[in-house]
Design a protein around this ligand. Structure first.
Ligand code: GLY
Length: 365
């Protein structure tokens, strides 16, 4: 992985994956230079910009105009926002629209939006004409620090979330922190849960930074937010380079997600992904303390950081604990019925274990 500070607040992180390597460009205002960048890099002859109806209203026309100004013939393909659209019907409908407009292997897709848009567009790019190039332009914090990097794509089926998908890397990722100004508070918090995750699993200095710079980050101070996104993308790129297909190390990115996913599902998705991950991270830290694997003081720092950012730290009173446990058992990452938990062993380090007793689980739920 190569991190280049190009001055004037612009950073480029090269994700080193052999012939699938690609740059992550982080720069305030870079949405306005997307067309030039793509022309210079000769990624594709023309692009279909895929987005949802919310993001289309905010940035769709500006991106389209920018691409056309740079000489790239482009179309805007819009679907209804929300996880309910992340299915095979949306993929089929978008594929038909591409085919009807004559899109071929020399053309590309641009994912303009949050995690749902990125997952749908990446998946479609990986199967349309057996694979065409795609570009990630993430517009939520969660997508900027997590889902746009690393090549996981996919859609949901009635049997579960993300059960159909591929590993398919983008040709580049373009992150414009300025777009976070239009993000609502819930979506910002959702992303912050994943941000905190990186500090706990990999980087004590970053954890410290998140403790010190909370006010600046919550106020979207440019310097703080830029530093935060750069660090998260650097950590994610490093992990993905070492384990692109989640055979081992990449599993640490699931810290907080094992219990988190079960909480999210047990609430019928009324609890947002970020809030559920926050609850899951605190629960995993408390289990680690109870097992004597994590110093109590370190556990308290994790708890306080999450709480201080305004994220929940406990499973809500009314939520059925047994239902959470049922969902835990059907976790798609369980192997032969064994449920694996990522537990922090210090701030910056983790271990993975399936040695959690029912009693330990009950205590944190
Ligand atoms: N969001 C977890 C991963 O990309 O592996």
């Amino acid at each position: 992985m190569l991190v280049r500070d190009e001055g004037q607040g612009m950073t480029e992180i090269q994700v080193g994956l052999g012939e699938r390597s690609y740059p992550i460009r982080i720069e305030k205002g870079c949405l306005a230079t997307l067309g030039e960048d793509l022309v210079r890099r000769q990624v594709a002859n023309r692009f279909a910009v895929i987005t949802d109806d919310r993001v289309a209203g905010l940035y769709g026309q500006a991106v389209l105009a920018n691409l056309r100004k740079a000489g790239l013939q482009s179309d805007l393909l819009v679907f209804r926002h929300g996880e309910a659209s992340k299915n095979l019907e949306t993929i089929a409908s978008l594929a038909s629209r591409l085919a009807a407009s004559g899109y071929d292997r020399k053309d590309g897709l641009i994912a303009l939006g949050g995690g749902v848009v990125g997952d749908i567009t990446g998946f479609l790019a990986s199967i349309y004409m057996r694979g065409i190039p795609f570009i990630q332009v993430p517009t939520t914090l969660l997508a900027q620090v997590d889902s746009s990097v690393g090549g996981k794509t996919g859609v949901d089926i009635p049997e579960g979330k993300n059960l159909v998908g591929t590993f398919y890397q983008p040709k580049s990722v373009h992150i414009d922190p300025a777009v976070l100004s239009t993000l609502d508070r819930t979506d910002l918090l959702c992303g912050l849960a994943e941000v905190i995750k990186y500090g706990v699993i990999r980087d004590p200095a970053f954890f410290n930074f998140l403790e010190r710079r909370r006010a600046g980050i919550l106020a979207l101070d440019s310097a703080d937010v830029g530093e935060m996104i750069r660090t998260c993308c650097t950590i994610k790129a490093d992990v993905v380079e070492q384990d692109e297909r989640e055979g081992g190390l990449r599993r640490i990115l699931n810290y907080g997600h094992t219990i988190g996913h079960a909480v999210e599902a047990a609430s019928s998705f009324a609890i947002s992904h970020g809030a559920a991950v926050a609850i899951g991270m605190v629960a995993a830290a408390r289990i680690a303390v109870a097992k004597g694997m994590l110093e109590k003081q370190e556990g308290e720092r994790i708890f306080s950081l999450i709480a201080n950012y305004g994220l929940p730290v406990a499973v809500p009173e009314g939520l059925d604990r047994n239902l959470i446990k049922t969902y835990l058992k059907t976790d798609k990452k369980a192997v032969a019925g064994r449920i694996f938990y990522i537990l922090p062993t210090a701030i910056g380090s983790t271990c993975i274990t399936d040695q959690i007793t029912d009693q330990q689980l009950d205590q944190v739920l």
